[in-house]
Design a protein around this ligand. Structure first.
Ligand SMILES: O=c1[nH]c(=O)c2[nH]c(=O)[nH]c2[nH]1
Length: 302
């Protein structure tokens, strides 16, 4: 038996980059959290403390900030591809670079009914995400873009049932034909090729997801997720795979009987934990899988 170094990667996690565009009176803001992770020939650093092949994580961070100015942040997907490509292309012993990005959305403050030029409030909705993996060089170059969001909290007050489930001796759950269905959705979708606009693709995919959640009569969260994924793949040719992680945010009918009060699906206890956690992938069956590390989250944030 001998002890060897296994898979490894390193980078700078969670550089908080805020880019203001201030060339005109009406400013624009992009507020992101960037993580870079490099894979390559770094055995020397681990085995002997030889740093000669280590591009410091500090340099990776500096590049993230410098590129925010020099290349701009038109979309997190574009920015991530530029940064990831740069890291692989400039350092010869790097095999692949992964750039994970979260974007925090800001909404203009309204003053006298008009949008203010340079003041925003943070939007409390979902956090947009992107994970870009760049591998290889020249004709072996492969770039995988996975866009998505996390923490999109959705609730429908009817149109959801859960019946006919398998029953074992410990099953006490009552079937229901009318329940609240709620989740805090994480969704990630993989592109092959680039859409004409990353910005409008994001808005359009999110719209398909939320409208499918609303309109599908749900027999289970599993079925709703599959239908949401199918709708996205049917609508967007450049998306080949979508992955979901959906906590089932249980809303239990509160027992008002002790007070002689009828509860006709009107008062619920929003339970915090435990929660069901449903995860599913919906994909085209004729598309080559992404490189393994493309789905392999670095920070656990996306
Ligand atoms: O949509 C659901 N899927 C389940 O697998 C499940 N299990 C459970 O207890 N409630 C639900 N709801």
């Amino acid at each position: 038996m001998s002890i060897v170094l296994g898979p490894n990667r390193y980078g700078k996690a969670e550089s908080r980059v805020v880019r203001i565009y201030r060339d005109e009176a009406r400013h624009e803001i992009r507020d992101i959290n960037v993580s870079t992770a490099l894979r390559g020939d770094f055995a020397g650093a681990h085995l002997f403390g030889d740093q000669s092949k280590i591009l410091p994580t500090d340099s990776q961070k500096q590049t993230a900030y410098a590129f925010a100015k020099q290349k701009g942040i038109v979309s997190i997907e574009d920015y991530g591809m530029t940064l990831g490509t740069h890291l692989v292309d400039t350092v010869e012993h790097i095999d692949s670079a992964r750039v994970e990005i979260e974007e925090f959305a800001w909404q203009r403050v309204l003053v006298d009914g008009s949008e203010h030029d340079h003041t925003w409030i943070r939007k409390g909705q979902e956090t947009r995400t992107a994970a870009i993996t760049v591998t290889g060089r020249g004709e072996h170059r492969e770039t995988t873009v996975i866009a998505g969001f996390k923490d999109l909290v959705m609730l429908k007050s009817t149109g959801s049932e859960f019946t006919g489930f398998y029953q074992d001796p410990y099953t006490v759950l009552e079937p229901t034909n009318d329940r609240i269905m709620a989740t805090s959705l994480v969704a990630q979708w993989r592109f092959v090729g680039a859409p004409s606009s990353w910005e409008s693709a994001y808005t359009a995919v999110k719209q398909v997801l939320v409208s499918t959640f609303a309109t599908v009569h749900s027999l289970a969260l599993q079925q709703t997720l599959y239908e949401m994924g199918r709708a996205v793949l049917e609508e967007f040719d450049s998306i080949v795979e979508i992955r979901f992680s959906a906590p089932n945010k249980h809303h239990f009918l509160y027992n008002l009987a002790p007070f002689g009060i009828e509860n006709n699906n009107e008062v619920f206890n929003a339970d915090d934990r435990p929660y069901g956690l449903i995860q599913a992938t919906v994909l085209r069956d004729d598309v080559a899988p992404a490189p393994a590390e493309a789905w392999d989250s670095y920070t656990g944030l996306v």
